[in-house]
Design a protein around this ligand. Structure first.
Ligand code: SDX
Length: 429
């Protein structure tokens, strides 16, 4: 076993084991550090901290590699649909034809929402952000579809996974219908997962509607691109809630809330708002670049930069190709795409972005595709959540089945006041 030796004050030294993972990356095992040295580590944002051992997704931020269960993202987007990839992440292997058909049939069977849930929807405050509705509706599934662990726990978990995978898509579509003030359209056995979503979103009794095959293909690819990304902020939230024994619905609702943030999944909405602002202000890309570089200006280039990728996010490359496909199919050019491509070119040739390894990430082009598909801007992060769901489920299950699993509880450096006596209120200033 390889070891790391730490010296404290140049004198006492301690050996810490080194763990080598499947890809040869090395980690110092500090599980006994405090017991051995009385010390802890300090790593705000956890940029240097491994929180778990996982077999789900592998990222190489320097080489721009992303693999789900060992399969390259480029291969999965090319050869699979979202249901196959969701099955892969959750079960650990790609389904054969029979398994995929059975899974699709199961998802279809569980795709309706309880009637009382629909009235809950109706009473939710108008003009609420769709992510707030999504988080509330997902956690309410634990009330409408109770998890009875007294019965066969593993079967109950499997049923919960299937319900969540299927009903969250219905909830997402109903959120749009609520925003538009139109009747809910229920899922139909006639359609595949993505076609069903588009039909629930856009079909209408007064005009003929059939989901567009190019958009169905594009949605499958986009959901695959978002399906998992190892220990990102929202997945860590899901694992943390799961580690306390939180059920899957509550953990995923927590993940939705974390993803909502503009630094994380909310960035796809922020990218479109940024591009629209640049367009409105006369498309001065250079000004946007200068503002993003100005330390005194909180303005950032949304859709750029990443904690792990220090090269082009492989998902952004694929999203850009899908964007061209969808716009070509619609016979339209979006001025925001022109601005995005000009912004990318300007940033990638600018020393500030090159020195800090800031490249387009998954959120840079996806919003333009959702926009072309008629999905409202404030629902882009809902689409991200729909894609990330199988990843969240896979990580919750992995923690749930981990023999070493413990409740997640980091420590801190206390920098507050030392011990003080409470003065009587009359004597306080
Ligand atoms: C996602 O973790 C995941 O895997 C997330 C995700 C997933 O699939 O789950 O990939 C999805 O969240 C993608 C990221 C979407 N967010 C954005 O596009 C928002 C804009 N990006 C930044 O806010 C930022 O790049 C983060 C949040 C993504 C990463 O932040 P880090 O790793 O904490 O980096 P940092 O903020 O410390 O920045 C390092 C430097 C800083 O400059 P200095 O203080 O060193 O001088 O780079 C600068 C930052 O100011 N910088 C940017 C920038 N991003 C970082 N400057 C201008 N524009 C930007 N976008």
């Amino acid at each position: 076993m390889k070891k790391a030796e730490i010296f404290i004050d140049g004198k006492k030294s301690f050996d810490l084991p080194i763990i080598i993972d499947t890809m040869g990356n090395q980690s110092v095992d500090i599980r006994n550090l405090r017991q051995q040295t009385g010390m802890i580590t300090y790593d705000p944002g956890f940029g240097n901290t491994g929180s778990c051992q996982s077999q789900i997704t592998y990222l190489d931020g320097e080489k721009g590699i992303l693999r789900y269960r060992g399969y390259a993202i480029e291969d999965l987007v090319e050869h699979c649909d979202f249901i196959e990839v969701a099955y892969l992440l959750i079960h650990g292997y790609l389904p054969n034809k029979h398994e995929r058909e059975r899974y699709a049939e199961l998802l279809n069977r569980h795709s309706l929402l309880h009637a009382d849930m629909q009235s809950f929807f109706r009473r939710y405050p108008d003009h609420s952000h769709p992510m707030s509705i999504l988080a509330a509706m997902v956690v309410s599934l634990s009330s409408f579809y109770e998890i009875n662990l007294e019965e066969d726990p593993e079967l109950q978990i499997d049923l919960t996974v299937t319900r969540l995978m299927s009903k969250m898509r219905t909830i997402a579509a109903f959120t749009y219908r609520k925003m538009k003030g139109t009747d809910f359209i229920n899922p139909s056995y006639k359609y595949s997962y993505c076609a069903n979503f588009l039909n629930m979103m856009f079909s209408s009794p007064v005009v003929p509607y059939e989901p567009n095959p190019t958009q169905i293909r594009a949605m499958n690819k986009l959901l695959i691109l978002h399906a998992d990304h190892e220990q990102n902020c929202s997945t860590t939230a899901v694992r943390l809630i799961g580690s306390a024994g939180g059920n899957l619905y509550s953990a995923v609702s927590g993940g939705i809330c974390a993803l909502w943030g503009p630094r994380h999944g909310g960035a796809n909405q922020a990218v479109i708002e940024m591009l629209q602002q640049i367009h409105t202000d006369g498309s001065d890309v250079k000004q946007a670049i200068e503002r993003a570089k100005d330390k005194n200006d909180p303005y950032r280039l949304m859709g750029f930069g990443h904690r792990v990728y220090k090269t082009y996010d492989p998902r952004a490359k694929i999203a850009r190709e899908v964007c061209e496909e969808v716009l070509q199919d619609m016979g339209q050019r979006d001025p925001l795409l022109d601005i995005a491509e000009e912004l990318e070119q300007a940033a990638l040739s600018d020393d500030y972005f090159k020195e800090k390894n800031l490249y387009p990430n998954v959120d840079f082009y996806t919003g333009i595709i959702f926009r072309a598909m008629g999905i409202p801007t404030n629902m882009y992060t809902v689409m991200f959540a729909l894609g990330r769901l199988p990843g969240w489920i896979a990580h919750w299950l992995e923690w749930h089945h981990d023999p070493f699993e413990r409740i997640g509880r980091p420590r801190q450096l206390y920098m507050g006041p030392t011990s003080r006596v409470v003065p009587p209120i009359e004597e306080r200033e």
